[in-house]
Ligand binder design. Structure first.
Ligand code: AMP
Length: 422
């Protein structure tokens, strides 16, 4: 094949069947879980005032390096959303719905990352946020919902890591200890981490560079610096997870890529994927974010799950295959137009998945297409059938002979044949 004139840009993908069917089915399972738990779907716009996202944290890669931003024709500074929590908080601050507000979402996000397997510049997330409650039961409810979602997809190899990042007031003492720890051995730290240390010391803990591993493993942990309240809240979360039978590992050095987290933070890792791309989802509390976006001092907690990564984990575990999306009935029609149009329409209105060939193909070519479609039943109509007001119905997979039936019995005969097959 000649090189096409245009190709999808790096880090973007065209989704075609059966992947699109699989995606839809994944979202519908998520929607089902979320609506059972009292969440309503919220769909914010794909682009916002850039400041909405700058609030995520100017020192994070997501904002400082990866944001797709531009000036629109009205002179506004705009960015494509890199995630949806900030947008959901902006919606909340703007509309002030009744609390606790439970919102779930689905849709694409954009980050100018280095593309690789499981890391794209446009990727989808499903997620859920609860705004307006401090109750750690809400954290547990959310974690349990995400975990049930993975289970419903058939995934068994996903582990949950949790940690508490404490309250903002707990941070300064901890950050001081953390900076002292890294500065004591600054020469052993990678150059990137030295840079991160000057901007955002917590994120050094997120370094996956082998050179940093030893220092990161020996770093002080936030758990030793938590206020009584934050510590009690974290106990409630673990007790709740235990009560619901959700297994987890406390990961005292877990920090996440976004700066707004306080108290509970968590990540789901697919053990079937390479360590660099094994985060299939994550979330936590962000008790100051709504206020940062100009709203009230209301707390929030939520998570986002990467759809593509989750599907990669499904592939790795050999679960959640694309749903079958076959055709029920193939119409082979050599009678004059619009006979085929009417037949197919009648079948579709009766609830069958029906299709046909176009472009005036011969009977032979149409039969070939019928075979290729894998439809269990073909309806065949030529001039003879038209003249006698009948159709020929042919079971395509060896359940009986072709038979002519009256046109008004077409639907019931096919229903019977397809019923017998199931
Ligand atoms: P985050 O919004 O960074 O907390 O990410 C939540 C989840 O989204 C991650 O655990 C990944 O599964 C997924 N994700 C984040 N960035 C990307 C990306 N560039 N490509 C594909 N999935 C991503």
């Amino acid at each position: 094949m000649a090189t096409p004139l245009f190709q999808a840009l790096p880090g973007t993908r065209d989704l075609l069947p059966p992947e699109t069917d699989r995606m839809r089915s994944l979202v519908s399972i998520f929607a089902d879980e979320a609506s059972q738990a009292g969440f309503g779907q919220v769909t914010p716009p794909i682009f916002e005032d850039i400041q909405v996202f700058v609030r995520i944290g100017e020192a994070t890669d997501v904002v400082s390096k990866e944001l797709y931003s531009f000036e629109d024709k009205g002179g506004r500074q705009i960015a494509l959303r890199p995630e949806q929590t900030a947008s959901i908080c902006r919606v909340y601050a703007e509309r002030r719905p009744i609390t606790p507000w439970k919102a779930w979402y689905y849709g694409p996000n954009f980050r100018q990352e280095k593309p690789q397997k499981g890391r794209y510049r446009q990727f989808d997330q499903v997620g859920a946020e609860v705004i307006g409650s401090h109750d750690p039961d809400v954290d547990v409810e959310l974690i349990a919902m995400a975990s049930r979602f993975y289970t419903r997809l058939g995934l068994t190899d996903v582990s949950l890591l949790i940690n508490s990042l404490g309250d903002k007031a707990d941070r300064p003492r901890y950050l001081e200890a953390l900076v002292n720890h890294f500065e004591r051995d600054i020469d052993a730290l990678s150059e990137q981490s030295r840079h991160t240390l000057s901007l955002n010391p917590l994120r050094v803990l997120d370094s996956k560079r082998p050179q940093d591993a030893e220092l990161v493993a020996a770093a002080p942990v936030l758990a030793d610096y938590l206020s009584h309240e934050a510590s009690a809240a974290f106990d409630r979360v673990t007790t709740g997870l235990d009560a619901l039978g959700v297994s987890y590992t406390v990961a005292p050095r877990l920090v996440r890529g976004l700066d707004y987290y306080t108290r509970t933070t968590f990540e789901f890792a697919a053990d079937s994927l390479d360590a660099a791309q094994n985060a299939v989802g994550g979330g936590g509390r962000y008790d100051g974010l709504v206020a940062d976006l100009g709203g009230p001092e209301d707390p929030g907690v939520g998570f986002a799950l990467g759809v593509e990564r989750t599907l990669l984990a499904c592939d790795a575990e050999g679960v959640f295959a694309a749903p079958e999306r076959g055709i029920d009935v193939w119409v082979v029609c050599t009678a004059e137009s619009p006979a085929a149009l009417v037949l197919v329409d009648e079948l579709r209105q009766a609830g069958f998945r029906a299709d046909r060939a176009f472009d005036g193909r011969s009977m032979k070519a149409q039969m070939k297409a019928a075979n290729r479609s894998n439809a269990p039943v073909a309806v065949i109509v030529g001039d003879d059938e038209m003249a006698s007001g009948s159709v020929s119905i042919r079971p395509m997979q060896g359940q009986g002979e072709q038979a002519a039936v009256r046109r008004d019995q077409m639907i019931s005969t096919i229903a019977e044949l397809l019923g017998a097959k199931e």
